[in-house]
Design a protein around this ligand. Structure first.
Ligand code: FE2
Ligand code: FE2
Length: 169
């Protein structure tokens, strides 16, 4: 069994992961409307990854005999000034999620729940990857600037991303 405190915190994180998915899906639609289908694809894959993060946690709570309580998912933003503004927000959002994951690990340690600590380490590692991949895209976008040929090439590059669910441990 997991403690009530950690159970509540995990339910909160499931909501945060679902919101992330929703936010990235909204960004994907924004890019689609701008005819940047590669960026739209990249954000769509990002949304799928977040859904995977939520479901992995959902399964864990059930596995530990916890209680899943789903809350309302906040309405995501749907307008941005530029592709750069979108990616800057993604970077900010991922930094925020990293803080949430760190808080969850602290909660697991406070509760002396070692199994949850081990489980959450996957998310700690995942956040390192997420922050790195987003900052890579952000830096490339800054290099491209207002150059439309560069933007076109980058959009083609972004089209290549595919969602691959991590192998079951
Ligand atoms: Fe996530
Ligand atoms: Fe993420």
């Amino acid at each position: 069994m997991i403690s009530k405190k950690l159970n509540d915190a995990l339910n909160g994180q499931i909501n945060a992961e679902l919101f992330s998915s929703y936010l990235y899906l909204s960004m994907s639609a924004w890019f689609s409307n701008k005819s940047l289908s590669g960026f739209a694809n990249w954000m769509r894959v990002q949304a799928q990854e977040e859904l995977f993060h939520a479901m992995k946690m959902f399964d864990y709570v059930n596995e530990r005999g916890g209680k899943i309580v789903l809350a309302a998912i906040e309405k995501p933003q749907n307008k941005w000034d530029s592709p750069l503004a979108v990616l800057e927000q993604v970077a900010q959002h991922e930094e925020h999620v990293t803080k949430l994951i760190n808080d969850l690990v602290n909660c697991a340690l406070d509760e002396r729940d070692h199994a949850s600590n081990i489980f959450l380490q996957w998310y700690v590692t995942e956040q390192v990857e997420e922050e790195a991949s987003v900052s890579d895209v952000l830096n490339k976008l800054k290099l491209v600037g207002k150059d439309s040929a560069g933007m076109f090439a980058m959009d083609m590059e972004m089209a290549k991303r595919v969602f691959t669910p991590p192998a079951a441990e």
